[in-house]
Write a protein that binds this ligand. Structure first.
Ligand code: FAD
Length: 420
């Protein structure tokens, strides 16, 4: 349904009503263009409403250099977008429209009322105030070009055969994860048809699967403030401090999600990947062995099993007992040096083999997308087709958790809307 106006001729057509598309459409219209926003589903911002578990972690209060670092080696592509519409601009955008934000101790910025609905309501009002025409339940299938060699834009066709004309097109169709929200990855095919390269797609910020024999015994366990290291083919690649959550299939939690990209790349290269958990993060294995020696002395005639029960969550204590079945019934005072050292290793280098990630549909974001080499970072414009622009998750950028991905969607959307 066209909310405003009734013609099929526009200055700009935006495909996709997620955060990137809404910002692009609103800002382009604010600058005076006649804009049509086409959304496949019956509602704008389906995925936005799921963000931060419904609380919407909209951005991060970090400085621009940290913001860029959050996107890894490709982060500098976002420099212009994050400068033209920064995290401060985003917070002001919503603040001026009645949705105040607050930061949590980790720098994550969320609406004061922890509710994504208010954020979506602001964006809808922004579109309405700037007379953006919105077409719901409409899937764009094809782009029309101004010439045979596809170097300019003429318009689009919808799946029902309707045609709309515009010489400028912004594609903001998102990634492939959570397809029920409308983000099914069709935009990649549209971009491919226009001559763009799509770099390989894989799950981003994804939970990981393990074939560890006792994984189901640990389901539901959360270990906080531990050090998690990634071991690839036997050598340690990186470590992070924080929490890990065990599920029926493997592990998840913010740190696991952030490490998942590196791990998925290693697995696709057929490398062996393990997570090493240091449950006593202030100590190395040798240091903890000395502590264990003292603690076993003071535990005296009580058993190793009793020590595990006293010092570990119950499900983990049972798993440790299974691993140390030869020693768990021994009195602590009778444990040999070798046996104690083996126990110290479990506490400081507890290994969880990783065999894969959850499917892309369950990931938080999609890695890969329209090649950065083919997009001008100053404008978000295509280097192949005049009048074609890209923004949001469909571009080959992916950030860590903490509000960075929404900020990138809003910033690239704003820059596309400004440039177009
Ligand atoms: C569960 C979950 C929680 C998340 N939490 C956070 C968080 O707290 N903070 C954060 O920064 N990021 C978070 N993210 C990531 C963030 O939601 C995305 O990065 C962001 O939504 C991307 O915005 P986008 O506009 O590019 O794409 P999307 O939000 O995916 O929107 C794309 C839109 O395009 C439409 N569309 C697709 N194809 C077509 C077509 N052919 N024709 C017409 N319309 C089409 C879709 O229906 C959809 O509405 C989360 C993601 C998930 C799944």
């Amino acid at each position: 349904m066209l909310l405003n106006g009734n013609t099929d001729q526009f200055d700009i057509i935006v495909i996709g009503g997620g955060p990137a598309g809404m910002m692009a459409a609103g800002h382009a219209a604010e600058r005076g263009a006649k804009v049509l926003l086409v959304e496949k589903t019956s509602r704008l911002g389906n995925k936005l409403l799921l963000t931060g578990g419904g609380k919407c972690n909209i951005t991060n209060n970090s400085e621009i250099k940290d913001m860029i670092a959050a996107f890894g080696k490709d982060g500098k592509f976002l420099y212009k977008a994050l400068t033209v519409f920064s995290n401060i601009d985003l917070i002001d955008f919503f603040g001026l429209r009645g949705v105040q934000m607050h930061s949590d101790p980790d720098g994550r910025v969320l609406p004061l009322n922890n509710n994504a609905e208010g954020v979506l309501a602001v964006l809808r009002t922004y579109l309405k105030e700037n007379n953006v025409c919105i077409l719901h339940n409409s899937t764009v299938t094809t782009i029309h070009y101004g010439s045979k060699n596809k170097d300019s834009i003429k318009g689009i066709t919808l799946s029902n055969g309707s045609r709309m004309e515009a010489t400028k097109l912004i594609i903001a169709t998102g990634g492939k994860s959570y397809p029920a929200t409308g983000s099914t990855g069709e935009g990649y095919e549209i971009a491919r048809q226009s001559g763009h390269t799509i770099t390989p797609l894989s799950p981003g910020l994804s939970a990981l699967e393990s074939n560890y024999s006792f994984i189901k015994d640990l389901q539901g366990l959360t270990l906080k403030d531990i050090v998690i290291s990634v071991i690839i083919d036997g050598s340690k690649k990186c470590e992070e401090k924080g929490a890990i959550l065990f599920t029926h299939f493997g592990v998840t939690g913010p740190i696991v999600l952030n490490l998942s990209g590196k791990i998925i790349d290693a697995l696709s290269n057929k490398s062996k990947v393990e997570l090493s958990l240091n449950l006593r993060p202030d100590y190395s294995t040798q240091e903890f062995d000395k502590i264990l020696q003292k603690e076993f002395t003071s535990f005296g005639s009580r058993t190793v099993s009793q020590y595990f029960k006293k010092t570990l969550p119950s499900s983990l204590s049972s798993v440790f007992e299974k691993h140390c079945s030869q020693t768990s019934n021994k009195k602590c005072s009778l444990v040999s040096r070798e046996e104690r050292k083996a126990i110290a290793v479990y506490f400081t280098d507890f290994r969880i083999p990783i065999i894969g990630s959850r499917p892309i549909e369950e990931a938080m974001i999609t890695r890969g997308g329209v090649s950065l080499k083919e997009i001008n970072p100053q404008t978000m414009g295509s280097r192949r087709v005049m009048g074609l622009y890209f923004c949001g998750e469909m571009i080959n950028i992916s950030g860590i958790t903490g509000g960075y991905n929404l900020q990138a969607a809003f910033s690239t959307g704003y820059l596309a809307g400004e440039s177009v």
